[in-house]
Design a protein around this ligand. Structure first.
Ligand code: BGC
Length: 665
């Protein structure tokens, strides 16, 4: 393949650096070089029926839970399996590159694309995205990590300048990319639209070469976000090999730059070689044996992920699960009980092949002596209908022993290209909840959203809240099983739910002024901020209830001989009556640190299944390197503290065991 380089004309070389159209690399027919097909995801396949056109009808495909919902499973095995199934979808549809996963940090709950991202925590995002990426890549499809870097909002995303200090970039925003690059070798990466510290990411040599390749060790292809290139030759010089999609100005611009000596043949050849080797790998990957995962198996996997993603946020008096010894008549209020919001909007939106209904599933699987009623109100948002709907919802709630109200944000509110204006539900939804709760003391709220919601005006009035999230095509049936207690909820939050938007660390600067956004909170993103400064929150990072209880015992820290690595282990016992999964979390804390450190940082997590009465030992392995911070002056990772405290808990604010280890430096 590489000797092709010598056979290419200059024009052909330059054409290879530019997309052939919206979704393909350039084919060079006279040399038998095929084009490579790219396609959006990342929680399903968003392939155009005619993908030689820019946009158009999208093929129906299986919609897995969005990455925000995948992350609340805290289960890398499921992320790997989802990657495997997505690779199979790609293979069946002749797609070579899946444009994902998106691993930007959830810096502010306003970001319209938060549903596409994993977490406010870089370690969690890095681990889950690594598993996902391995699942896709090991089964013959290329991933494209996105969006590099500091693209944490949609407002003015094409030109905003994210001002971020070096330590914060390394510890928070580069970290998940670093982890995926090191452990999963993604085939490609997509630069972000925005500027980073004054220079567009698409033409930022420091970012795309010094950091991405020389520091983080990336070996694949760097692709632009769609229309993110402002200056073709500056992008090429910065280390961006593929400019997407096709635009008629790229080729003349590159040719003119070459003729003026602004770009050299060496620079062009280096980029072309990377593209040729990428194309070569993709063409070889097409020879992989066909995937044998059936549609039923994919649906089941989507359901398994949805089941583990749901987070039980409140459950007063053990209201849930709904069992016939407690209740005879349940009413589901809100049309999302039948047609759930399963995802957000924009380029990640999948044309779901099918969508399960909670109402229908409950009717099928609930015990015969449990009456299931459905008040499909709430179809529109016009004030006139709101009143009618709310009144119908109240009437239905009066008649039932337990009322489950379905509310959410959906793909209009949470979408690419726009941020949310606030983090509350619509007024009509809040009123519906409050009015239902007034007439039915056993009110459950089910939330369908991809990012934090301010529940302050209604949460104290309801007994239970389930975060259903945007959990894909099997979300409705999975929720039914959770409501009935066939499966205990086992998801936990991967972002803090603040009491109010104003409490967020980024609030004062949030989305910036249209020109720049200063990341004033620095490394204190999410729980790092709330927990360090002891701020009250609605639900902390890592929080999620279960139908059972767990006890944590016997913490043991075992450093290896040279003290470079350590194992931290403890016992977890299911002390309740439900078989369930628990997510144990390992945080580190430092006393007497010479630098500012967050009071806690996540360094490990494990999900274990336990039958009632069962005990398991879990072990976290970490190295001294995992304890370092980035020193901006020397530009190295350092660890100066005399000791480290390991904390094991069921959330960042429920630490059950902790112990301190003295360190030899
Ligand atoms: C989005 C990318 C997406 C690309 C192609 C861009 O607008 O930011 O995430 O992959 O479009 O649709």
């Amino acid at each position: 393949m590489h000797n092709l380089l010598n056979q290419l004309t200059l024009t052909e070389k330059l054409e290879l650096l530019i997309g052939e159209d919206m979704w393909h690399t350039k084919a060079i027919e006279r040399l038998g070089l095929d084009s490579i097909r790219m396609c959006d995801g990342p929680h399903g396949l968003r392939k155009m029926v005619n993908d030689r056109e820019s946009i158009g009808e999208v093929i129906p495909s299986i919609a897995f839970p969005t990455l925000s919902a995948l992350s609340t499973t805290w289960n890398p095995d499921l992320a790997y399996q989802m990657g495997t199934a997505l690779a199979s979808e790609c293979q069946l549809n002749e797609v070579d590159v899946l444009l994902g996963p998106g691993i930007n940090i959830k810096r502010t709950p306003l970001c319209g694309r938060n549903f596409e991202y994993f977490s406010e925590d870089p370690f969690l995002a890095g681990k889950m995205a690594t598993a996902y990426t391995l699942g896709v890549e090991e089964h013959g499809t290329a991933t494209c990590l996105k969006h590099f870097s500091a693209n944490n909002q949609e407002f003015d995303r094409m030109c905003i300048d994210s001002k971020v200090d070096l330590r914060t970039l390394h510890e928070i925003y580069f970290k998940p990319f670093e982890m995926v690059i090191s452990d999963a070798s993604p085939s490609s990466i997509m630069c972000a639209y925005n500027k980073l510290n004054g220079t567009y990411c698409s033409q930022n040599k420091w970012l795309l070469t010094d950091i991405l390749r020389d520091t983080l060790g990336f070996k694949g292809l760097a692709v632009s976000d769609w229309w993110a290139v402002h200056d073709s030759s500056a992008s090429l010089k910065a280390g961006l090999e593929l400019q997407m999609p096709y635009a008629d100005y790229h080729l003349p611009n590159l040719m003119a730059a070459y003729e003026k000596g602004e770009i050299t043949i060496e620079e062009i050849d280096a980029a072309v070689e990377t593209i040729l080797s990428f194309i070569d790998d993709r063409i070889k990957a097409r020879q992989m044996p066909p995937s044998n995962i059936s549609m039923e198996e994919k649906h089941q996997l989507a359901k398994d992920i949805a089941l583990e993603s749901m987070v039980l946020l409140k459950n007063e008096d053990h209201l849930l699960p709904i069992t016939t010894n407690k209740f005879k008549k349940v009413v589901l209020i809100g049309e999302y009980a039948d047609k759930p919001f399963i995802q957000g909007g924009g380029s990640a939106r999948v044309n779901a092949l099918f969508v399960d209904s909670t109402v229908e599933t409950l009717k099928e699987i609930a015990p015969k002596d449990l009456e299931i009623h459905y008040a499909g109100v709430y179809a529109t948002w016009t004030p006139h209908h709101d009143v009618e709907n709310i009144l119908r919802g109240i009437e239905a709630a009066k008649e039932a022993d337990i009322a489950v109200v379905f509310v959410g944000t959906g793909d209009i509110v949470e979408t690419e290209s726009a941020d949310r204006e606030h983090i509350k539900l619509k007024k009509a939804a809040e009123i519906l909840i409050l009015q239902v709760a007034k007439v039915n003391p056993n009110t459950v709220v089910v939330l369908q959203a991809g990012s934090a919601i301010d529940m302050s005006s209604w949460i104290s009035e309801v007994k239970a809240v389930v975060l259903q999230g945007f959990s894909g095509c099997a979300s409705g049936s999975a929720l039914a099983e959770i409501l009935l207690g066939h499966v205990s909820p086992s998801g936990k939050l991967t972002e803090t739910y603040p009491l109010h938007l104003e409490d967020c660390p980024a609030y004062e600067e949030d989305l910036g002024n249209g020109l720049t956004v200063h990341y004033i909170e620095g490394i204190m993103v999410g729980y790092r901020y709330y927990n360090t400064y002891n701020k009250e929150v609605a639900f902390p990072f890592g929080f999620g209830l279960s139908y059972t209880d767990f006890s944590y015992n016997h913490l043991a820290i075992q450093p290896n001989e040279d003290g470079e690595k350590m194992n931290i282990s403890c016992e977890i016992t299911n002390i309740g009556t439900y078989a369930a999964k628990e997510i144990a979390q390992l945080y580190v804390h430092y006393e007497n640190s010479p630098v500012i450190r967050p009071v806690q940082e996540l360094k490990g997590f494990q999900k274990v299944f336990l039958n009632p009465g069962e005990t398991k030992i879990i072990t976290f392995s970490i190295s001294k390197e995992d304890l370092t911070y980035f020193d901006a002056t020397s530009q190295t990772w350092k660890m100066d503290e005399p000791s480290v405290t390991f904390q094991v808990g069921s959330s960042s604010r429920a630490i059950h065991l902790s112990d301190t280890l003295m360190l030899n430096h």
